[in-house]
Design a protein around this ligand. Structure first.
Ligand code: CS2
Length: 494
């Protein structure tokens, strides 16, 4: 029989000692004590815990192979403390339209803070037992130069890390990974695969470029040897990750506690849908993620561009248009009289830019409408609209270039860009107009200084996100500028 807390006492915290308190269907699929640290993950956010950690847990359970994850938080130490306080166990609730389903996930075996635990991270990255590194560090964690994709060695954090190699106190994930790879080469050089799980086209090579760029710019005397060894022994497959995972709220925490009967400080919630497509090019052993439905393919590009341009592209369009219309969540935007039409028109406009071999864009749009409509998932537009300066080049601008080059009309992308432009204005009390955040917020707000010319503003905004070529396309700039007044007045003219 499942023990329960004595009446009148506070429920105890989730942890290995209280797993026996949980109803059997709530318990992890693996016994965490039997797992070995074989994967190091950078980016201890909700997305990792609702996606790769779940695939890994089920792959271990189904294969009997002991794939444990040591998850590293680049900055946030509270999440590390909270995870450790419950032996890195946490619950995942799938928000199905017919009702939520909760279970504790057991694949994360340790949580580390990137700066305080640098020595342990280095030791893990040098260990031949670790054969996979995964990362969810977002677009901005890569410190790419806008427009080129090369490492921005002049970015203050990267420059500081390059100057701090002696002390080893590095603050960027790129620097920490480069340092770890250097140690790995020096201590035997077992092959390693770095699996980028960020929403960027060619995410594997994007990560490879910045890590190699860091090694190249470093003062390590053996940096050439490290680069040669990386060429032979370190793989960077491209991947497509997909699952809508809104930020956890206090209400989610209360719900998790009441379902579990024990306290969970770090629960995550997500939609039922999930997908993982990986380029089948690993340098060494990996978890059999395919046992849980991951797809290993020779070329992820058709899947990657479809997901990035249709799902993430439509998401960003809804984020800025929805915010202008006073909506709070994606489901709210879908409940307007323009939301569904916008998603379908967006997919119809962008679909022709996608390579053959991926899903059919209009079938994909049907699924998107269903997923976005799920009222049980409260996905805040503010979360999606943040970091727009880094997201929209990936999601919209390459498709836009392809369509402009083919002289195809681009009214939906122009409307989306107009709504984004509107959202880059500064709020009266500071910050961005709709509460989004962006590392380029100040530079973007400055583009509005000359209020006399909307064209000038659009041109400067495009330049600020590295799209110098598009800023010179007069017809495009006029199209975007002409569409700004409607969202500015809170109307969606669609
Ligand atoms: C979203 C993504 O926040 C965002 O920018 O577009 O996090 C999106 O929910 C995921 O990529 C879905 O897989």
């Amino acid at each position: 029989m499942t023990p329960t807390p004595p009446p009148g006492t506070d429920p105890p915290a989730l942890g290995r000692a209280t797993l026996g308190w949980l109803a059997p269907e709530l318990r992890p699929a693996v016994d965490p004590r039997e797992l070995r640290p074989r994967i190091v993950h950078f980016g201890l956010g909700a997305f990792h815990r609702a996606h790769q950690a779940l695939y890994t847990e089920r792959a271990s359970a189904l294969s009997g192979e002991p794939w444990g994850i040591v998850a590293v938080a680049p900055r946030s130490l509270p999440v590390v403390a909270a995870m450790r306080a419950q032996d890195c166990l946490y619950s995942l609730t799938e928000r199905r339209p017919e009702g939520p389903v909760t279970r504790v996930i057991g694949s994360v075996t340790d949580a580390l803070g990137m700066r305080p635990d640098a020595g342990r991270i280095d030791a893990l990255l040098a260990s031949p037992e670790v054969t996979v590194l995964t990362s969810t560090v977002t677009e901005k964690g890569h410190h790419r130069r806008p427009g080129s994709g090369e490492l921005d060695t002049l970015a203050p954090e990267i420059a500081a890390d390059l100057a701090a190699l002696e002390t080893g106190d590095l603050t960027t994930v790129v620097g920490r990974i480069a340092a770890g790879l250097t140690l790995r080469m020096r201590s035997g050089g077992a092959p390693l695969t770095l699996v980028s799980c960020d929403n960027m086209a060619g995410n594997g090579s994007a990560l490879a470029t910045v890590v190699r760029g860091f090694v190249e710019a470093s003062s390590w005397p053996d940096r050439r040897d490290v680069l040669d060894w990386m060429t032979d022994s370190v793989a960077f497959p491209a991947t497509v990750v997909d699952r809508i995972v809104p930020a956890t709220t206090d209400a989610d925490r209360r719900t998790a506690d009441s379902v579990l009967g024990v306290r969970d400080g770090v629960p995550v919630v997500g939609e039922p849908y999930r997908q993982w497509v990986l380029e089948d090019s690993f340098a060494g052993p990996r978890p059999p993620w395919e046992l849980d439905g991951a797809l290993f393919v020779p070329d992820v590009v058709p899947f990657q561009l479809t997901k990035l341009r249709l799902l993430n592209g439509a998401h960003s369009a809804l984020a800025y248009l929805g915010a202008a219309a006073g909506c709070e969540t994606v489901a709210d935007a879908l409940a307007t009289d323009w939301g569904e039409r916008l998603v379908r028109a967006f997919c119809a406009e962008v679909g022709p830019t996608l390579p053959a071999g991926g899903p059919d864009p209009m079938g994909y749009a049907d699924v998107l409408v269903e997923r976005f409509r799920n009222p049980a998932v409260r996905h805040l537009l503010q979360q999606i609209g943040s970091d727009g300066s880094l997201k929209i080049p990936e999601r919209w601008l390459d498709a836009l270039r392809t369509l402009r080059a083919a002289s195809s009309p681009t009214p939906v992308l122009e409307l989306a860009l107009a709504a984004w432009a509107n959202a880059t204005r500064a709020a009266e009390g500071g910050g961005q107009l709709f509460g989004t955040t962006d590392p380029a917020a100040a530079a973007l707000a400055n583009c509005w200084q000359d209020t006399a010319s909307r064209h000038g503003t659009v041109r400067r905004l495009l330049q600020a996100v590295g799209a110098v070529d598009l800023a010179e396309d007069d017809a495009l700039v006029s199209g975007i500028a002409a569409r700004i007044p409607a969202p500015r007045a809170g109307h969606i003219d669609f």
